[in-house]
Design a protein around this ligand. Sequence first.
Ligand SMILES: *Cc1c(COP(=O)(O)O)cnc(C)c1O
Length: 377
Amino acid sequence: MPRPIQATVHLPALRHNLATVRARAGDAKLWAVIKANAYGHGIERVYEALRGADGFALLDLQEAQRVRALGWRGPILLLEGVFEPRDLELCSRLSLWHTVHCQEQIDMLAAHKTHAPHRVFLKLNSGMNRLGFAPAGFRAAWARLNALPQVDEISLMMHFSDADGPGGIAAQQALFEQAAQGLPGERTICNSAAVLRFGSAPQTHLDWVRAGIALYGSAPDYPAGTAASWGLQPAMSLRSRIIATQQLQAGATVGYGSCFTAPQPMTLGIVACGYADGYPRLCPTGTPVLIDGVRSRTLGRISMDMLAVDLSAPLAAGRGSGIGSEAVLWGQASAEHGGALLPIDEVAACAQTVGYELMCAVAQRVPFSVQPLDGAE
Ligand SMILES: *Cc1c(COP(=O)(O)O)cnc(C)c1O
């Protein structure tokens, strides 16, 4: 028998989340952001559920090739644009649309020999200070691109730095409107947080929204918003099983560093999941886990291949928890355990990080399964 850990990708949840984001974005077209191998879910796995999007946005050229290999003929956008001149050949060949965020990328285009002119997304730096032209140079960059025979349509793009927090979007949105004023072309500024929190207004969602994390069922603004409050369902469950139990006397300790001391006699379970599976070592005692669908907690340090859980609550609920019991590290308990939910955002918060990082970090050694669109796992 293989080691019992498994990640499951829920295609019905992905399709539901796509519809939920769409419903908030008016008549805007939707880029499904599938960078980082679809946020760790696997591009090939999510494709069937997300092909109802209007385009796919990513940043690795090999990932773009994989999307074309799946048969996708619609738009693909490279969010960081090209990295070297020969990338433009692949853009021509696979008809990839690409972001242009710096003069060097315009230089590459100007030197590129192509039969079919390229569709580009000119990026404004409105204050994130990662990629993009400063407002003062934005129009000059547009004019330079517009003069190139290598360039077809020019769209306008910007990325918020604070859409998920108290800073909000108003100031950067105003900068974008000013910089883009009078220029032709489609516009895209909203990520998941901006769509969920502010996207219902046409002047905000504009022509395209770029949704990533919401599709995967994590709230970009947790804990102010939660997946449940936004109507999102977890697209990934990380599940394993209990492979050993221990009876502790009061005063006994658990794990490396003896970080947890039993205050009274208790039963603990050892789950086949550790930081080498992508479960964060930073999770302290008390991080939630579902055992046979009952909410429990970790005890002591997370090891490379194992973690310890308190079996008091599941045993009190009469689940007979022991070797072979299901442990849900995040996501959804299996149907036989009532489908209880443990939001990935809760676990991420315990590890002082965000749902994005956990889903992207599931380790290579964890096997994946897929819940198909028509139901059962
Ligand atoms: C990753 C990314 C997105 C998607 O962000 P989410 O917060 O996951 O919705 C949108 N736009 C750009 C430019 C990105 O890099």
